[in-house]
Design a binder for this molecule. Structure first.
Ligand code: NAP
Length: 293
């Protein structure tokens, strides 16, 4: 079997088309959703992510700004900036690019953002509401993964979903979303991590397998059953002298091997990545809509 490709670019494009109607309705009321991105320091990967977020906002008609602070900025100054953005009615969404430089508490910074402007869905209020199954800003990557499954018709309902990785931004929230008694969810869920014994025993029983370990080849063909649906979240740089940039990006899954057995699989790049940004824009539009009520 050769797996069907789950195309994140195509689904993201669908989402942008849907957002245009909501943007037009907001525009008729004089509102342009605005995302403020705060970048502290000069981490090269963060620079790329922030640029992509800003460019995508501009492309689809959202307002966006990137506020850059040097790495040695005191935490108090970051908190004060967030306070100003919280109070600015023109700003609908606030995102602080992670990781933060040493000496700045990620927890204090995230908690400083008003939950109703927390379009990354990282504030404890949004995390708590997610666990309780209440309305909230869903974290963008897990929300994008759920959309991919839903829009390709791979329902998690009554299925066994195995998630490899328990980070607070990907693995754990996705696992929680899948176990909720809701549409596009209601699965039986197993969460695996570095403390898991015999990882393959778990992954082989998955109907839907999520790899979010941040390690290439965490999942190989012998670790999956025929017909599994695979969501590969990993983004890993590997040296490749034949590539223009000297490296290429691969996921956490051995794509060549696993795609011989899987029913469907996300590619890296072009799978989960484009969905993360699409969900960020969707959350920002929603924050702007909520600001009217
Ligand atoms: P992370 O914080 O490093 O978490 C990795 C998780 O995987 C941890 O829970 C870790 O277990 C577990 N793990 C690592 N190696 C394992 C192994 N061999 N067997 C079982 N579990 C293992 O990473 P993250 O932030 O969740 O990101 C995961 C990957 O997704 C990264 O490659 C990242 O770049 C990518 N990512 C992509 C997007 C996107 O938009 N495409 C967004 C976010 C992240 P412990 O908890 O025991 O350490």
């Amino acid at each position: 079997m050769q797996a069907k490709l789950i195309d994140g670019k195509e689904i993201a494009a669908q989402i942008y088309t849907e957002l245009q109607m909501r943007l037009a309705a907001l525009s008729a009321k004089g509102i342009i959703p605005h995302l403020s991105v705060v970048l502290v320091g000069d981490d090269p990967a963060s620079q790329v992510y922030v640029r992509t977020k800003q460019k995508t906002c501009e492309k689809y008609g959202l307002g966006s700004e990137t506020l850059r602070l040097p790495a040695e900025t005191p935490e108090k100054q970051v908190l004060d900036l967030l306070d100003k953005l919280n109070k600015n009615p023109q700003v609908h969404g606030i995102l602080v690019q992670l990781p933060l430089p040493k000496g700045i508490s990620t927890q204090r910074v995230i908690e400083q953002i008003l939950p109703e402007k927390d379009v990354d869905g990282f504030h404890p209020i949004n995390r708590g509401r997610l666990v309780a199954g209440q309305d909230c800003f869903l974290p963008c990557t897990p929300a994008g993964m759920q959309q991919l499954l839903a829009r390709y018709g791979y329902s998690p309902e009554n299925k066994h979903v195995v998630v490899v990785g328990r980070s607070l931004i990907v693995g754990l929230p996705f696992a929680i979303m899948m176990v909720l008694k809701k549409e596009h969810a209601n699965a039986t869920v197993t969460i695996c991590h570095t403390g898991t014994k015999n990882l393959a025993d778990h992954t082989r029983s998955a109907d839907i397998l999520v790899a979010a370990s941040g390690r290439p080849n965490t999942i190989t063909a012998d670790m999956v059953r025929e017909g599994v649906v695979v969501i590969d979240v990993g983004v890993n740089r590997v040296e490749d002298p034949s590539a223009e940039r000297g490296y290429r990006l691969i996921g956490d899954v051995d794509f060549a091997g696993v795609s011989q057995k899987a029913a469907a699989i996300t590619p890296v790049p072009g799978g989960v990545g484009p969905m993360t940004i699409a969900m960020l824009l969707m959350n920002t539009v929603r924050a702007a809509e909520n600001s009217l009520t």
